[in-house]
Design a protein around this ligand. Structure first.
Ligand SMILES: *[C@@H]1O[C@H](CO)[C@@H](O)[C@H](O)[C@H]1NC(C)=O
Ligand SMILES: *[C@@H]1O[C@H](CO)[C@@H](O)[C@H](O)[C@H]1NC(C)=O
Ligand SMILES: *[C@@H]1O[C@H](CO)[C@@H](O)[C@H](O)[C@H]1NC(C)=O
Ligand SMILES: *[C@@H]1O[C@H](CO)[C@@H](O)[C@H](O)[C@H]1NC(C)=O
Ligand SMILES: *[C@@H]1O[C@H](CO)[C@@H](O)[C@H](O)[C@H]1NC(C)=O
Ligand SMILES: *[C@@H]1O[C@H](CO)[C@@H](O)[C@H](O)[C@H]1NC(C)=O
Ligand SMILES: *[C@@H]1O[C@H](CO)[C@@H](O)[C@H](O)[C@H]1NC(C)=O
Ligand SMILES: *[C@@H]1O[C@H](CO)[C@@H](O)[C@H](O)[C@H]1NC(C)=O
Length: 583
């Protein structure tokens, strides 16, 4: 009997080893930020880019919800939100908190997982070289396993846990998150085409990674080595179910906030055609089915997606579509088609950005900026564009274009990593010139939204590896905790940076820009006063005046006006008199 049990235990431990890569002991931990100020020896693989991958992944660990495993590396985190879904008899514990607060959001989470899996499939070797594939695996499964829980039936998906009610958000630690936490689903009668299709795309893209379905390996790199065919098959089944749900629910096709209005305050979707297209594309890659590729092309036309080709982010996938169409058409000619047409479409978009035509412009400091999209988190659209261009560059139709895409991509990445008018590396904990006050309740150590900026005076924990929103349109960064457009962190912000870092580990030995920043550089140029953005209006006016000041200013202006009026009347009279005399 005992032998039987031992055999069973051995067997199950082998299964669990096969299922997931074993985390190292001792674990990899982020180094002190001073390490990021010491240039490396430029050996291969580059140690700083490798460390950066590790830190970016570590951030996701700080965002974990639910019971934490014994391998948890973030010492100041506790198990939390352990009752999610319980009132409705569904287990929605686990997953990731979306940003600086405690809501769980399926739409941006799915985009994040899709983006990271895509990057780890076509530029995955960087994770291997950095010895971070084991943490990539751990990070992905934490998200995917939760997404499978949220997908409770073929045609039912939970899309939101705890409403992000701006202005009334709980600000505090993970031990006293207010309950009950409301949960919201989409289903056959109240569908959400976009979020179902986006979750499908996440499952399909990650299935491709776990199945090691590589892109053309003369153009792209190999997938990160975390092969697990059983897991890949499970993910693919989920992807197919969700695609059918997105396409064929009895409630028709609609954006998800029509079914779940509570989702609108933070992540309102602008359309679902792009999600249908990207889900169909990743599925065509996963199943080698030309019909799915053609379906994606049909969505592109039917929903006039070329007209909304603006930024690549949680809401809009359009700029990524032309790139993925091209990759599949090139790597699998038996599945994809119209390679030249899709490349032309990708290059049109990139050339407009590079040549400063079209809808974007450049700040004085060199950051690419889209009015509206960039105002709420300026680095995210820039890094997504940089990631897409670097990915596409090896397919460019001319050497000149290839160079311009790589150089644009580098310029944006350099900007985010310190080559900017603030001399700041916009990732928490990576360098002594990193942001100190991310908008993140748990890291701050505060417990009252009313005193968010003053208590505690100094941020309690360093949120290693978190990219913040970024500077304003004038390249200014104020590092104020309550200033969410500039200092908030989010699951989707880190995604393009992971892929870019993996690309850089693969492609070269140069350090990221921040190793050349001088100690104290940011402190020297840090602006005083307030920003001008959605969280602050103070910085939008000139120097602010007190009420007395404004009255005094009004009096002075009136007097000046009267004097000018008097002088000009006198001057006109003089002119008229002279004119008469000259007659
Ligand atoms: C650079 O190389 C030298 C000699 O090989 C070594 O002592 C030093 O620790 C290295 N520095 C870094 C940052 O790796
Ligand atoms: C990865 O691990 C190998 C083997 O332990 C080691 O030689 C190498 O330096 C590590 N690479 C990085 C970037 O840490
Ligand atoms: C985790 O629990 C400890 C012990 O109660 C507490 O000091 C710490 O603040 C908690 N962490 C967070 C993020 O709230
Ligand atoms: C379907 O979703 C809507 C919107 O979330 C919800 O109000 C409704 O209760 C759900 N229907 C069923 C049968 O659960
Ligand atoms: C690329 O893939 C082909 C076919 O699978 C294989 O034979 C070849 O060795 C691969 N090349 C590289 C550089 O990995
Ligand atoms: C959608 O429904 C149609 C009609 O019932 C069916 O032919 C098609 O296969 C379904 N598509 C998917 C993806 O389930
Ligand atoms: C850098 O690390 C030191 C030591 O942990 C810490 O005191 C300091 O606040 C950190 N600075 C930044 C910008 O992260
Ligand atoms: C904030 O910290 C500074 C420097 O550590 C200190 O001088 C100041 O008194 C603190 N302010 C408050 C309100 O605690």
């Amino acid at each position: 009997m005992r032998a039987l049990i031992a055999c069973f235990l051995l067997h199950s431990s082998i299964i669990s080893v096969l299922a997931q890569l074993t985390l190292p002991s001792p674990p990899w931990l982020p180094p002190e930020n001073s390490t990021g100020a010491i240039p490396s020896n430029n050996s291969y693989p580059n140690s700083h880019w490798s460390t950066l991958i590790g830190e970016l992944l570590y951030f996701y660990e700080a965002q974990r919800s639910g019971e934490l495993p014994s391998t948890n590396r973030v010492s100041w985190r506790n198990g939390s939100a352990l009752d999610d879904g319980r009132e409705d008899r569904v287990d929605l514990t686990g997953g990731y908190y979306d940003a600086g607060d405690f809501s769980k959001q399926t739409f941006p989470l799915s985009f994040t997982l899709m983006s990271i899996c895509w990057g780890a499939t076509d530029f995955g070797r960087g994770y291997d070289l950095a010895n971070q594939t084991v943490y990539l695996d751990d990070m992905l499964r934490w998200g995917l396993d939760w997404l499978m829980k949220a997908h409770v039936e073929e045609s039912r998906l939970y899309v939101l846990v705890d409403n992000k009610d701006i202005g009334n958000t709980y600000w505090g630690g993970d031990r006293s998150i207010p309950t009950p936490r409301p949960i919201y689903d989409i289903n056959n009668s109240n569908p959400g085409t976009d979020v179902a299709a986006q979750a499908s795309a996440a499952f399909a893209a990650c299935s491709n990674l776990y199945a090691h379905r590589a892109f053309d390996n003369s153009t792209f790199s190999t997938p990160a080595s975390l092969r697990d065919q059983t897991y890949a098959d499970t993910l693919l089944t989920r992807a197919q179910q969700l695609y059918s749900f997105a396409l064929n629910s009895s409630g028709g096709r609609k954006v998800y906030q029509k079914s779940v209005p509570e989702a609108a305050s933070a992540y309102s979707s602008s359309g679902f055609g792009d999600e249908l297209a990207i889900a169909a594309l990743f599925l065509s890659w996963g199943t080698n089915d030309p019909a799915m590729f053609h379906a994606a092309e049909d969505y592109y036309t039917r929903y006039k997606l070329s007209e909304s080709n603006r930024v690549f982010n949680w809401d809009s996938k359009v700029p990524g579509l032309a790139v993925l169409f091209s990759q599949i058409a090139q790597s699998r000619p038996e599945t994809g088609r119209n390679l030249e047409q899709w490349k032309a479409s990708a290059e049109q978009y990139f050339d407009d950005i590079v040549n400063k035509k079209g809808q974007s412009f450049r700040t004085d400091g060199g950051l690419v900026f889209w009015s509206g999209d960039s105002d709420h988190a300026s680095l995210n659209p820039a890094l997504n564009a940089a990631m897409l261009m670097h990915r596409y560059a090896p397919m460019a139709t001319s050497e000149e274009k290839k160079k311009s895409y790589l150089s644009f991509s580098k310029s944006q990445l350099d900007y985010a990593l310190g080559k900017n008018p603030m001399s700041i590396a916009y990732i928490v904990g990576i360098n002594p010139n990193s942001p100190s006050n991310p908008h993140h309740a748990m890291a701050s150590g505060g417990n009252d939204i009313g005193t968010i900026d003053t208590f505690p005076n100094q941020t309690a924990r360093i949120l290693y590896g978190a990219l913040v929103g970024g500077p304003d349109v004038r390249d200014r960064f104020f590092d104020i905790r309550s200033d969410w457009p500039q200092t908030e962190v989010a699951l989707d912000y880190n995604a393009p940076l992971l892929t870019l870092s993996s690309m850089h580990v693969i492609s070269g030995t140069n350090d990221p820009f921040y190793t050349s920043l001088e100690a104290g550089a940011y402190a020297k140029v840090k602006p005083s006063g307030f920003p001008c953005d959605a969280a602050f209006k103070e910085g939008c006016e000139g120097p602010t005046l007190t009420k007395e000041g404004r009255i005094a200013m009004a009096v002075v202006l009136t007097v000046v006006c009267l004097i000018i009026a008097g002088l000009s009347a006198w001057w006109i009279r003089l002119l008229v008199r002279n004119a008469r005399q000259n007659k």
